[in-house]
Design a protein around this ligand. Structure first.
Ligand code: GDP
Ligand code: MG
Length: 426
């Protein structure tokens, strides 16, 4: 959406089997997306369908109603919750004489205005161009209608061909640049090797950034809007007892996230792939929380992260009544194997079990060893205190014996050094 004054009509056309409440929720979410994009909802239209109609997606009679509604509400934009084919989009624009978008296009638009880093901007542009390519003809007819001017009327096939070629070149160019950025990120990532890493994943607005802020004590952008954050952020989180984890906040997921976007954000989500554990954040107070959980689980699977250990983090429990909370806990106990914690990002006390859970994961990865080394080797002693958890230290004259839990990476380094003896402790 180019201006903050777009007056939008939302159209929902759920299949007949869909629960009406779920249909309402989807339309409500589309309204929030419209708001995030800077538009104003001035009307809605719903038709329950057996199956989509090829011409206008909705039935012809309903399309005529929509045309009348556009006139009376003085709308300049129509947004469909369902995905339109390029032909349906064009037919609808011809009939309604205003711009028509579907959910994917709206999400792409929001991402475009919210991307901050150079990488996110390139990722969004790539997704937009790939979305645009099969729809070029429609874009052209749209331009010629609003401008109506000479030279824009009915651009010839040559113009279309030229544009296709230009866009193709730009796509290749962006892909190349993104590969370079990904390489730089790989190097940065390698420097963090050996540290325990967790990634926050979850539906948009579930409270991922709020949690990272609460856990790390650092400032992060939080907003009651869909897609407040696009760029991933990594912070160090102190867990107590000398342990810490690197926690990464990633872009939120949403129902029907355009697959071009998922594809182009793959490298950002690479952070999640490398994580030791995924924290799947769920807004426990949202009526659609079960659907949200499934959407996130599907995207996680699509990204090839299914094998990762996942902890379900039910957030915003401050908004639940005591009986609601008990019902939720009972339900979660019946869920499959995932560990679950119940938290409120607004209340630091509730975060203790989450920290403990993370700490337990870290400790499970440490090996319990007895290390003997010359007492003059201050460097080894310092490393043990810095990177491990020292439990006992005995001075044996010229050598020191230290019993500690240490990460595999430190163990490897010590084993490579001369004069150091390492024994497993049962
Ligand atoms: P994200 O999109 O997952 O990063 O979500 P944000 O962290 O930006 O939070 C979305 C909205 O939910 C913001 O208005 C937060 O203030 C609010 N929020 C986050 N956590 C909680 C919580 O535990 N309780 C309540 N009541 N609101 C929360
Ligand atoms: Mg966020």
């Amino acid at each position: 959406m180019r201006t903050p004054v777009d007056r939008a009509i939302l159209v929902g056309a759920p299949e007949r089997g869909v629960d009406p409440r779920v249909g309402d929720e989807h339309l409500e979410e589309l309204g929030r997306l419209t708001d995030t994009a800077g538009g104003r909802v001035v009307g809605t239209l719903v038709q329950r369908l057996e199956r989509p109609h090829p011409r206008f997606y909705i039935g012809e009679g309903k399309a005529e109603d929509l045309r009348a509604l556009v006139r009376t509400a003085e709308a300049d934009l129509v947004i469909f919750d369902e995905e339109l084919s390029p032909a349906q989009g064009k037919n609808l624009e011809d009939l309604l004489e205003v711009r028509v978008m579907d959910r994917s296009e709206l999400i792409l638009d929001i991402f475009a205005t919210r991307a901050r880093s150079r990488e996110a901007k390139m990722q969004v542009e790539l997704a937009q161009l790939e979305y645009l390519l099969p729809r070029l003809r429609r874009m052209w007819s749209h331009l010629s209608r609003i401008r109506g001017g000479i030279g824009l009327r009915g651009p010839g096939e040559t113009q279309l061909e030229t544009d296709r070629r230009l866009i193709g070149t730009r796509i290749a160019d962006l892909k190349g640049k993104l590969r370079e950025v990904a390489k730089a990120r790989d190097i940065q990532r390698q420097s963090r090797q050996g540290q325990f890493r967790a990634a926050l994943v979850g539906y948009t607005n579930a409270g991922k950034s709020s949690l990272l802020r609460a856990l790390s004590g650092s400032e992060l952008f939080v907003e009651d809007r869909l897609f407040a954050t696009l760029d991933s952020a990594t912070r160090s989180v102190e867990l107590g007892g000398g342990h810490h984890a690197l926690l990464t906040d990633t872009v939120g997921f949403i129902r029907k996230l355009p697959h071009h976007l998922v594809a182009s954000f793959r490298s950002t989500l690479e952070e999640a792939r490398e994580a030791d554990v995924l924290l799947h954040v769920i807004d426990a107070s949202h009526p659609g929380r079960e659907e949200h959980r499934q959407v996130v689980a599907e995207v996680v699977e699509e990204l090839g992260l299914r094998g990762h250990e996942t902890i379900l983090v039910f957030n915003k429990v401050d908004r639940l009544t005591e009986p609601e909370r008990r019902a939720l806990e009972a339900r979660v106990r019946t869920l499959e194997a995932h560990a679950a914690v119940f938290v409120s990002a607004l209340d630091p006390d509730t975060l203790v079990p989450l920290r403990e859970t993370l700490k337990a994961r870290i400790r499970a990865r440490l090996s319990h060893v007895m290390v003997r080394f010359p007492s003059v080797d201050g460097e080894t002693l310092a490393a043990l205190y810095r990177e491990g958890e020292v439990m006992e230290r005995v001075d044996e004259g010229a050598t020191v014996a230290v019993r500690a839990r240490i990460p595999a990476e430190l163990r490897g380094r010590l084993e490579a050094r001369r004069g150091i003896q390492i024994q497993e402790v049962a």
